[in-house]
Write a protein that binds this ligand. Sequence first.
Ligand code: GLY
Length: 442
Amino acid sequence: MKVLVVGSGGREHALAWKISQSPLVTEVLCAPGNAGTHALGRNVPVAATDLDGLVACAQSEGVGLVVVGPEDPLCLGLVDRLKAVDVPVYGPSADGARLEGSKVFMKEFLERHRIPTGAWRRFDRSGAAKSYLESNSVWPVVVKADGLAAGKGVFVCHDTKEACGVVDAIMEERKLGAAGDEIVIEEFIEGRELSVHAITDGRTLLILEPVMDHKQVGDGDTGPNTGGMGIYSPVSFVSQRLMRQIEQRVLIPTLHALSVEGIEYQGTLFAGLMITEAGPRVLEYNCRFGDPETQAIMRRLDSDLVPILLASANGTLEELDPPDWKSASCVGVVAAAEGYPGDYEKGYVISGLQAADALDDVVVFHAGTRQDGGQVLTNGGRVLCVTATAHGLEAAREKAYRGYEAIEWAGKFCRRDIGLPRPQRPGELESESFVHEGDELV
Ligand code: GLY
């Protein structure tokens, strides 16, 4: 069977890498892909938002499964278009993708179904938002653009001036375009952030191993937010009890609520959670796999991914055995371009990729790269994610940074503290520590 992966980032390379290992698969196509997916299969020059082109490609190639990586084509209705022509596809319909595509929809949905989340208000005029902020006495607050903003639509604001500046930038200067037609102003919740992914067919949930993402650009969680600067898994503060709470208080109620509202949801349900003293609360929902979280999930998943994706698409997840996971830990270090998450240059020649990939247990996933003849060039802000597996996070960390050091281009940088315990902040749960060989998630 041919599988078409839609997208061009590290998540798509990781999905294509795992999918290509399946005995069910004869060829992996990627649209449009990057230099990493080029090495695994065949890139097709169709943009991830070109719905007509993607449907035509899936049909002409006789693809047996389309796996949609990014949120934009999901929100635009790619899954609905493919289903209409009977092409099996992994991902939710546009209706379901509103959980990510509109923060207002997501917050109203959570509220309607009493799924735990922070207190919030919606605004469609900047004047009303600023009046509210001027009367607010509890800081910080979180200001979020309603629509898709490629990870750039969430702002933690510490006083009225900062928050009103953000409101002006979004609603008056329209820096995020139509994504900022409405905003959400939300209570800032103290706790520990955690990403939990589940795969669903609308009835059955398959909860994947939790992953921790480092979102800020600087060591010690400083500087602006990014799409994610590195990941590690397993996460030592996550107990089985906590996972049960997340399943019972968040994921199952969400699936039930989707069904009650007549939304057929198949694909990934990715909950961005804050774990508080009172239990998990939803910060956001995403309708696709996280990037770079997927890179760690794919490195740790021992079972074949393809039957799982097909079962989600076909509504037969209940018939599958739970997947096997490697006991090894995984650390992934994002190698980024100087200037990211602000402006950065593209087109630098990357060297050392083969040397890094040749290291034991190291796999380099490409994110912003492109093939140019025999060379691989930088083509984005997050350029690579260097992953390593080992017994224990400390050893995985050491291997991942060794892989990172083998790679060179002008202006490369990374965070140096991926996978390290960080100082406890007010309101956080018990301190986090390395999971060493033989440790179990309890
Ligand atoms: N790493 C966060 C995301 O994919 O949204």
